[in-house]
Design a protein around this ligand. Structure first.
Ligand SMILES: Cc1cc2nc3c(=O)[nH]c(=O)nc-3n(C[C@H](O)[C@H](O)[C@H](O)COP(=O)(O)O)c2cc1C
Length: 326
């Protein structure tokens, strides 16, 4: 049984926080395929404490299964502490501090990956947040700022000392953004450095990758990001392979379409038909990857303005898939 602080997780597979993707609808889908730990999109601590409606909606984790980590970002310990208190009031099981976002606007404000450049300041942030809330506090870090400044082990150690109860690491530097390969060796080093659970992240695209990361690095959990876009089934595949060594068959086209439709319904329920439709276009493009006529279907998806139009497209794909099966 993996525990983060006092939070017991049902397995060793987490879904990565992804702005623009891991909203409530997608989190529920990921949980329905067994995912043991989901994260919200990153949320600005400043925006939270102004209680902007849109921001509070991103932090809403009500009626979700445990365990949900709400990820906040900022550069001021007091603001982060106040934001943490608020997200716990809204139901967060875990508060995660973003120390990895590479976006220029964010790092210019001293937030996200900028914290990797000042490990002591980052640790103060952890102390302030850990003192403010009773739920576990975790951090998500990168390898370091750039190739000359790989300091994830130092940041991880200081964060753990300051009260972080798990360390998630995406072992690319801020400078790398998402290019090159994630350096799993650094996950192994962080695991050796700290005694709190380590969550390894980066380039897991299959159940075999997930198992291999655990075997190679000794990490306690794996965190899957891009690999689960349009493919939440990867959650159950990874869990099965990690726990039982069993490789599950890939999801059938009809199951993919059923998940896509469920996802569409949830998105429209939580965000309304207009926004739900707009935001689902990118998800549906992922779900139909590998389907016959995927390219022309994507064009139609992008031109759809109502959930009914998207529903019709999915229905047609379903009929095509059934014909192929028979
Ligand atoms: C579209 C997108 C949005 C992301 N948003 C966040 C975020 O809000 N917070 C965060 O810590 N990381 C964010 N990340 C980074 C991922 O959590 C993860 O560390 C990265 O994608 C590497 O994992 P992967 O190879 O499994 O995708 C984002 C990544 C992508 C592709």
């Amino acid at each position: 049984m993996v525990k983060i602080g006092n939070v017991e997780l049902k397995n060793r597979v987490a879904a990565a926080p992804m702005a623009g993707y891991t909203d409530k609808a997608f989190r529920i889908i990921l949980q329905s395929f067994g995912c043991g730990l989901v994260y919200t999109e990153m949320i600005s601590a400043k925006a939270l404490i102004y209680r902007q409606e849109k921001t509070l909606a991103i932090a809403d984790v009500s009626d979700e299964e445990p365990s949900v980590a709400v990820q906040i970002f900022g550069s001021e310990p007091d603001t982060m502490a106040a934001a943490a208190r608020l997200v716990v009031e809204l139901g967060a099981d875990i508060v995660d501090i973003n120390m990895g976002c590479p976006i220029p606007k964010i790092v210019r404000s001293g937030e996200g990956a900028a914290l990797m450049r000042d490990p002591e300041w980052a640790a103060e942030m952890v102390t302030a947040v850990a003192e403010a809330v009773a739920v576990p506090v975790t951090v998500k870090i990168r390898a370091g700022w750039d190739a000359q400044n790989i300091n994830c082990c130092q940041v991880a150690a200081l964060a753990a000392e300051a009260g972080a109860e798990a360390i998630a690491i995406h072992p690319r530097t801020r400078e790398q953004l998402y290019s090159g390969r994630a350096d799993w060796e650094l996950i192994r080093q962080v695991k050796e450095q700290v005694s709190v659970p380590v969550i390894g992240n980066g380039d897991i695209l299959s159940a075999a990758d997930a198992r291999q990361m655990i075997d190679y690095t000794g990490c306690d959990l794996v965190m899957i990001g891009r690999g689960c876009l349009g493919n939440p089934f990867l959650m159950r595949e990874a869990i099965s392979y990690i726990e039982h060594g069993t490789i599950l068959p890939p999801a059938a086209p009809s199951e993919k379409l059923a998940a896509a439709r469920h996802h569409l319904k949830l998105a429209c329920r939580f965000k309304g038909a207009d926004r739900g439709t707009r935001e689902m276009r990118k998800h549906l493009a992922w779900y139909i990857k590998g389907f016959p006529y995927a390219a022309s279907t994507r064009v139609r998806i992008n031109q759809a303005h109502t959930p009914q139009e998207l529903e019709t497209i999915l229905q047609e794909l379903e009929e095509m898939a059934q014909q192929e099966d028979s």
